[in-house]
Design a protein around this ligand. Structure first.
Ligand code: NAD
Length: 247
């Protein structure tokens, strides 16, 4: 499986699953560009790790909910790398609360980052991929988008929305050799889940047939495969990486 000569954009690659995806794609031979909304430092560290794999990397300031910044980023990447073959919509946030406590602002913030960000990037790159007659779009959803979760109405709605976006894009662009799939991680040990109480982690662990929490690399390995030529006939799918949690 080789991604040599390909260029990937991975949103939110400064840490966690996004960083692991950047490294997995780089190890497979792809040049990798990632973006950050506020602080460049962690993002630059990801790019240092990417370049250690012998490929080119680039870190750009682009908030995924900001159309102007996305457009500028896509133009920069096209100028620097020529083609953009792989898009991984990974950037995401949570603002958890029971529905009565969710403010309109927190609902909008989660939808704007997790769902609108993926829409804006996909729209920005679809013309490029159509011209190239090929491409890979991978959206990082969640099993919460499949099953729902108390305390996560905004997050679950955004992740379920990503699944609808994925299936529709797969139907629109499939004839041109562009695949679009969703990856639905279960409980992955990252900064996003680090602050959850031990009681939640223990209850989650008890519901996972494989009896371990997931690692960012578990998700990244699937993304690298879906980005490859070997995954050319897989589109519109939602693939869980959850140790069997959703079964
Ligand atoms: P994380 O919080 O560690 O990383 C999220 C990354 O997204 C960070 O680098 C952050 O800076 C970036 N980001 C956030 N908002 C952004 C914006 N507006 N513009 C640009 N970048 C932005 O989280 P993670 O656990 O690595 O999660 C990565 C993805 O996987 C998210 O979409 C998350 O919803 C999803 N996911 C995570 C889990 C889990 O258990 N950790 C489970 C299911 C799905």
């Amino acid at each position: 499986m080789s991604l040599e000569g390909k260029t990937a954009i991975v949103t939110g690659g400064a840490r966690g699953i996004g960083r692991a995806i950047c490294i997995a794609l780089a190890k497979a031979g792809a040049n990798v560009v990632t973006c950050y909304a506020r602080s460049a430092e962690a993002c630059e560290e990801t790019i240092r790790l990417v370049e250690e794999c012998g490929v080119k990397g680039m870190c750009v300031k682009a908030d995924v909910s900001n159309l102007e910044e996305i457009t500028a980023m896509v133009d920069t990447v096209k100028k620097e790398f020529g083609t953009i073959d792989i898009l991984v919509n990974n950037a995401g946030i949570t603002k958890d609360n029971l529905i009565m406590g969710v403010s309109e602002e927190d609902f909008d913030a989660v939808i704007d980052t997790n769902l609108k960000g993926a829409f804006l990037f996909t729209k920005a790159l679809s013309r490029t991929m159509l011209k190239q007659k090929g491409g890979r779009i991978i959206n990082i959803s969640s099993i919460v988008g499949v099953r729902g979760n108390a305390g996560q109405t905004n997050y679950a709605a955004s992740k379920a929305g990503l699944i609808g976006l994925t299936k529709s894009v797969a139907k629109e662009l499939g004839a041109k050799g562009i695949t679009c799939n969703a990856v639905a991680p279960g409980f992955i040990e990252t900064d996003m889940t680090a602050s959850l109480p031990d009681s939640v982690k223990e209850a989650t662990l008890a519901s996972i047939p494989m009896k371990r929490l997931g690692q960012a690399e578990d998700v990244a390995n699937l993304v690298a495969f879906l980005a490859s030529d070997e995954a050319a006939y897989i589109t519109g799918q939602v693939i869980c990486v959850d140790g069997g949690m959703a079964v």
